[in-house]
Design a binder for this molecule. Structure first.
Ligand SMILES: Nc1ncnc2c1ncn2[C@@H]1O[C@H](COP(=O)(O)OP(=O)(O)O)[C@@H](O)[C@H]1O
Ligand SMILES: N[C@@H](CCOP(=O)(O)O)C(=O)O
Length: 323
C-alpha cells in the first residue's frame, strides 16, 4: 500500500476549504501504487484523487506533470484533469508535501492483458504521443542513461545479495548501452515513461483512460513503446508473448508509423527500458526499510526481460514484421 503520509482530519478540512468541491463524504488511502500517497476523496460534488508527492517526484517538475494533464485533456486524451482551487492554482501543500487533486477516472486495470488489450494500448500510446505535440514545457528524462548510472552506483557492491553476478551484469550492460543510447537520434517528444497495466484503465474491452503521468518527460517515442512492450507482453512466468508484442507494435505503427531508424533501434531501446526498471526496483529493494507499507517490486523480473532483449537481433524477434 502506498500511503507514506497520513492526512489528519483538520488538515484535510483546511485543504478542502481552498476548493469549490463540496463537503468531504469519505476519504480513504489507496492500497495501490508505489511512488506517491494517493487518497480517494468523495465529496458532495464528485470523486477526486488527492495525491501527496513523495520520494522520486521533484517539486519543480509538478508544473510539467499537471500542465501536461491539462494539455492532453484539451486534445481529447482521456486522463485525469487537475482540479483548480478557488485562486486558480492546481498545486498546493498538505502535511509538508506538495499536493494536488485530480479528477477520478472510471475503469479498472487488467491483471492479465491479452493481445487485444495490447492493441488498444498501442493505439492509445500513439494518440498520447500525438496529443503531446506542442506542449511548451520541457522535462529531460531523469531516468535515462545518467540516471541509470547514478542508480547503479547506489546499488554497487550490494546487488549480488539479490542474485550473484548482478553487479557485473549491470556494469557490462551500462557499458554497452551508454554509447548505444548516445548514438540514437530518434523522433522525440512527450512520453509517459511508465505506462504499465496499472496505469491504463479499461471499461469492458475498451481502453477508457490513462493515469499516473509522474514520470512523463521528453524522450524518444519508441522508447515509450519499448517500456510498454516490457510491461505488457511478457507472461507472468516471464516468457515473451509474440502475439501480444505484435499486437502492440502493429497497432502503434498503424496510428504513428515507426521510422526505419526506430525499428532498427528497438532492441537497444528495449534493453534500456529493461535496465531502467531493473535499477529502480533494485534500489527500492535494497533501500526500502523492513515493514514499510509499500509493495516491493521484483528487480529480477526485469533481469529476465533484459536477457531476452540481449538475444534479440531485430523486430522479427518480437513477432512483428512491419508491412
Ligand atoms: N485519476 C484517477 N482515477 C481513478 N483512480 C486513480 C486515479 N489516479 C490514481 N488512481 C488509483 O490510485 C492508484 C495509484 O495511483 P498511481 O498514480 O499509480 O500511484 P503511484 O504514482 O504512487 O504509483 C491507481 O492504481 C488507481 O487505483
Ligand atoms: N511501474 C514501476 C513502478 C512505478 O509504479 P506506479 O505505481 O507509479 O505505476 C515498476 O513496475 O517498476
Amino acid at each position: 500500500m502506498a500511503v507514506y503520509t497520513e492526512v489528519p482530519d483538520e488538515d484535510l478540512a483546511a485543504f478542502l476549504a481552498a476548493y469549490d468541491v463540496g463537503e468531504a463524504v469519505s476519504f480513504k488511502g489507496i492500497a495501490e501504487g508505489v511512488e506517491n500517497s494517493n487518497y480517494l476523496l468523495v465529496t458532495t460534488k464528485g470523486r477526486f484523487i488527492l495525491t501527496l508527492y513523495e520520494k522520486r517526484v521533484e517539486r519543480d517538475d509538478l508544473p510539467f506533470f499537471l500542465g501536461l494533464l491539462e494539455h492532453l485533456s484539451a486534445r481529447g486524451l482521456i486522463c485525469p484533469q487537475p482540479v483548480k482551487a478557488r485562486d486558480g492554482g492546481v498545486l498546493t501543500e498538505l502535511c509538508g508535501r506538495p499536493a494536488a487533486m485530480v479528477t477520478f477516472l472510471d475503469g479498472v486495470w487488467v491483471r492479465r492483458p491479452t493481445a487485444e488489450h495490447c492493441a488498444e494500448l498501442g493505439h492509445a500510446l500513439a494518440a498520447l504521443h500525438e496529443a503531446g505535440r506542442g506542449f511548451p514545457l520541457l522535462r529531460p528524462n531523469a531516468l535515462s542513461v545518467d540516471g541509470w548510472l547514478a542508480l547503479a552506483a547506489t546499488a554497487r557492491g550490494r546487488s549480488d545479495a539479490v542474485t550473484p553476478g548482478l553487479d557485473a551484469l549491470i556494469a557490462d550492460e551500462l557499458d554497452h548501452l551508454t554509447p548505444a543510447f548516445a548514438a540514437l537520434d530518434l523522433p522525440s517528444g512527450v512520453i509517459h515513461a511508465d505506462l504499465f497495466p496499472n496505469n491504463v484503465f479499461f471499461l469492458g474491452d475498451r481502453l477508457s483512460g490513462l493515469i499516473d503521468f509522474y514520470f512523463a518527460c521528453n524522450d524518444a517515442y519508441a522508447y515509450d513503446l519499448a517500456i510498454c512492450l516490457n510491461a505488457w507482453c511478457f507472461d507472468p512466468d516471464g516468457v515473451y508473448d509474440p502475439a501480444k508484442g505484435a499486437a502492440l507494435l502493429a497497432a502503434y505503427h498503424a496510428a504513428r508509423p515507426l521510422s526505419e531508424a526506430e525499428i532498427a533501434a528497438f532492441s537497444t531501446l528495449a534493453r534500456g527500458a529493461a535496465i531502467r526498471f531493473l535499477l529502480t526496483r533494485l534500489v527500492d529493494w535494497l533501500d526500502t526499510p523492513p515493514g514499510a507499507l509499500v509493495q516491493k517490486l521484483d528487480p529480477l523480473e526485469y533481469l529476465a526481460k533484459l536477457r531476452f532483449h540481449q538475444r534479440a537481433t531485430g523486430v522479427a524477434d518480437y513477432g512483428w514484421r512491419p508491412a
